[in-house]
Design a protein around this ligand. Structure first.
Ligand SMILES: NC(=O)c1ccc[n+]([C@@H]2O[C@H](COP(=O)([O-])OP(=O)(O)OC[C@H]3O[C@@H](n4cnc5c(N)ncnc54)[C@H](O)[C@@H]3O)[C@@H](O)[C@H]2O)c1
Length: 271
């Protein structure tokens, strides 16, 4: 997709990857709607990119519909909708220990939000014979996030939903991308500012991640992997699942040996 003069919406646009994406879409000539739960932060990014801020809770279908209606009324038809909002809170103990509330919120924000946006946008995009749905999942949706089963399971569902969209709607002229980064230096990592200022192993900047995403949009690539090694890991996992899982168990145990508990943050605190 050529982004010049396109109308683009980014949910979670006030956060790390989302705000970097707003900046880069705008630099490519798109008119950007910065949408977030946090309106004042979205307004700051919108002012910086010459865009419009709209508050939205992506876990609420009516709120997503309202975001789309507001955008259409103020700017016109949406060319590119980036479902990027997300969160991660980990689990307190074993793999089923997160509360039902946490599982439900993961499902609503990481999966249903993508369904709500697609449901509202597909009829118009089909009629026009064009449109672009970009869903930010995670490498956890292709592999696994140690110590967060709810995040992992729902990000896998997000990848599966994106595949269904691509299979069903490519012939309607609708492009679909799913973005699957490993660690990116944003608030979601749950680190202090001082910790985030230090170099961290395997952690990309949000700006670099957004550059790879925009490149993927321009090339209309389905799977966007800002960390290229993720594709090798996918092959290992598919080729020998038992070997893959024993490697993941060893890795998990090494995190426990170092700290007495599993904390995914230690993956990148090591340098
Ligand atoms: N940072 C990483 O390491 C990483 C890796 C893989 C995937 N991701 C994914 O990238 C996306 C962006 O995350 P980030 O790293 O920029 O995190 P972030 O915390 O910096 O930004 C997330 C943004 O989403 C917003 N948000 C959360 N819940 C919302 C809701 N219900 N409705 C509307 N907005 C909501 C937050 O207010 C925040 O501004 C997420 O989907 C995340 O799962 C991040």
């Amino acid at each position: 997709m050529n982004l010049q003069n396109k109308i683009a919406v980014v949910t979670g646009g006030a956060g790390g990857i989302g705000s970097a994406l707003c900046h880069q879409l705008s630099a490519k000539g798109a008119k950007v709607v910065v949408s977030d739960l946090n309106l004042s932060a979205a307004e700051e990014i919108a002012a910086a990119v010459g865009g419009v801020a709209v508050q939205c809770n992506v876990a609420d279908e009516q709120s997503v519909i309202d975001l789309i209606k507001t955008t259409e009324a103020e700017l016109g038809q949406i060319d590119l909708f980036c479902s990027n909002a997300g969160f991660g809170v980990g689990e307190p103990d074993h793999a089923a220990s997160a509360s039902n509330e946490v599982w439900q919120r993961n499902w609503d924000v990481h999966v249903m939000a993508h369904v709500y946006a697609s449901r509202a946008l597909i009829p118009g995009m089909k009629e026009r014979g064009e449109g672009y749905l970009l869903n930010v999942a995670s490498a956890a949706g292709l592999l696994s996030q140690i110590s967060d089963a709810a995040y992992t399971a729902t990000k896998h569902a997000a990848v599966a939903f994106a595949e269904s969209l691509a299979i069903t709607h490519a012939d309607d002229g609708i492009n679909v991308s799913v973005v699957c980064p490993q660690y990116v230096n944003t608030n979601i990592l749950g680190l202090s500012e001082q910790e985030r200022a230090k170099p961290m192993k395997g952690v990309l900047t949000a700006e670099y991640c957004a550059e790879v995403i925009v490149d993927g949009i321009e090339k209309e690539e389905f799977l966007i992997t800002p960390h290229p090694e993720v594709r090798d890991f996918m092959l290992h996992r598919a080729g020998d699942p038992n070997r893959w899982l024993s490697g993941m168990r060893r890795f998990r145990q090494s995190l426990i040996d170092e700290n007495g508990k599993v904390d995914f943050r230690n993956v990148f605190r090591q340098s």
